[in-house]
Design a protein around this ligand. Structure first.
Ligand code: FA5
Ligand code: MG
Length: 454
């Protein structure tokens, strides 16, 4: 039996999303509470911090060069989300432990890159005028529970292409891109590692299609744009913190090598924030096969993808990612589209820790070792997260594995998770927490952890 009755997503063998019905199968793992987030469209609500953040980023990528778009429906095919982008079949991102499947061939997009090929195809049309775009959308990932992770978050993707006309040499193409780099503003923020080494095993030069000179020009344009974006965001953020009386933190940024199946070379931009390096954007030179397969074989260009919540948390100093979903007017009334203001936290309600321990069936493996997509029997951390999400909704702040024990005789394994309950909006009563915690325990028992993939 593979129906997730405990998680309740697959009543009658169909799921309805945005008015469309999809047959379910043994891949289905999208839960009712996840599906309930679709169509909330936080990034389209004026005066919502995600909307303000989106508009600020869009203003860095203006027309007529860039078009600014949104994609409402998160249901995409596995081809769009993975295959077209060159994800290998054994890529962990494809696993049911990491991705919400509607059914075997259909997922809730895990990133805005699922739309890249369509946008490139649009740019190939005869009357297309734009050479680039941004697209904002909600994305879905099975993931840890803590103050910076939520299974629904928002991404913004951007891309810029240059046409190589017939007969144009690689150096002419590079020179023309460098012309565009020269037109960009400069900034005076120190970049700690402006040119990290990229490794040919992971990030080879696409030598069949690109010269080093051209790649250097595209990368220079990409990096400058993203540095300018972060500089802009931080100048807005430090204005807001000065207005609220606290001294601004000096901005420190650095580039590191990244890896994505659809770009080479690839990079990530990190910002030093509250004592640590925080990854804010992944990017790179678009793989030429992807452009060739999307109707634009005559172009070269870059793409990036960033997390809107991550940027908004920096911009407004929002301490918990759940707040973005809050309907509480004490939260919503603080934001206005015409000004970036520091978020004033309302009083924090007390937390309540509870542990839950359970045995896995003897065959099970657990922890970080993700099972093959749809395959081996296992219990994954994310299965636990999902159960807690379904039962506790937004009154859970974080969940951690605190103990693992293997019985010396039977070899059976037990796990102990600590659940930190806390509401952002009211003080939880003991009674309320006990009811939810009991529900978590019941659901765990019913799901027979480790006996089958959830
Ligand atoms: C991607 O999703 C790629 N599609 C990005 C990309 C686009 C690369 C185009 C190259 C070209 P990644 O999984 O690293 O990559 O996520 C991109 C950004 O989304 C991260 O830098 C981070 O800002 C944000 N992000 C990722 N996971 C989370 C999360 N669980 N919660 C909040 N933000 C997240
Ligand atoms: Mg990343």
């Amino acid at each position: 039996a593979t129906t997730s009755s405990a998680l309740g997503a697959e009543s009658q063998g169909t799921i309805i999303v945005e008015g469309k019905s999809y047959p379910t199968d043994q891949w289905t793992n999208a839960t009712p509470s996840i599906l309930s987030h679709i169509s909330k469209g936080l990034y389209t609500r004026e005066n919502h911090p995600l909307y303000i953040t989106r508009k600020l980023i869009e203003s860095q990528f203006p027309g007529p060069t860039y078009g600014n778009y949104t994609e409402k429906n998160p249901v995409v095919t596995t081809a769009q989300n993975f295959d077209v982008l060159g994800f290998p079949l054994d890529h962990p991102g494809r696993s049911r432990t990491d991705t919400y499947y509607v059914n075997e061939k259909t997922v809730l997009r895990t990133h805005t890159s699922a739309h890249q090929a369509e946008y490139f195809r649009r740019m190939a049309e005869e009357n297309a005028k734009e050479d680039g775009y941004t697209v904002a959308a909600d994305v879905y990932r099975r993931d840890a529970i803590d103050r910076s992770h939520y299974p629904v978050f928002h991404q913004m993707e951007g891309a810029r292409l240059w046409k190589r006309t017939p007969g144009m040499t690689a150096s002419e193409s590079a020179a023309r891109i460098l012309e565009d780099v020269k037109k960009l503003p400069t900034h005076d923020v120190e970049v700690e590692d402006p040119n990290p080494v990229t490794h040919p095993e992971r990030n080879p030069l696409q030598a069949d299609y690109h010269s080093q000179e051209e790649v250097d020009a595209v990368v220079a344009h990409l990096k400058r744009n993203l540095e300018l974006l972060v500089v802009r965001i931080f100048s807005e953020a430090s204005k807001a913190s000065q207005d609220s009386g606290s001294p601004p933190e000096p901005l420190k940024i650095r580039w590191i090598e990244g890896y994505f199946p659809f770009t080479s070379p690839s990079y990530e931009l990190e910002v030093f924030w509250q004592g640590d390096w925080l990854e804010v954007v992944g990017c790179g030179v678009i793989k030429q096969e992807l452009l060739n397969n999307s109707g634009v074989p005559d172009r070269i260009g870059w793409a990036f993808g960033l997390g809107l919540e991550r940027i908004a948390m920096l911009l407004f100093e929002i301490p918990d990612i759940r707040l973005f979903w809050s309907q509480d007017s004490r939260f919503l009334s603080q934001f206005r589209n015409d000004k970036i203001v520091r978020f004033q936290p309302f009083s924090k309600h007390p937390e309540c820790y509870k542990d839950v321990a359970f045995w896995l069936s003897s065959a099970a493996t657990s922890g970080t070792g993700a099972s093959a997509a749809g395959g081996a029997i296992s219990f994954h951390d994310n299965d636990m997260m999902e159960i807690v999400r379904e039962c506790a909704k937004d009154i859970v702040e974080d969940v951690k594995l605190v103990d693992e024990f293997v019985h010396p005789k039977t070899g059976r394994k037990s796990l102990c998770y600590r659940i930190n309950y806390r509401s952002l909006e009211h003080t939880l009563t003991n009674k309320e927490v006990n009811v939810v915690h009991e529900q978590v325990r019941q659901t765990l028992v019913e799901s027979r952890p480790g006996e089958r993939t959830m």
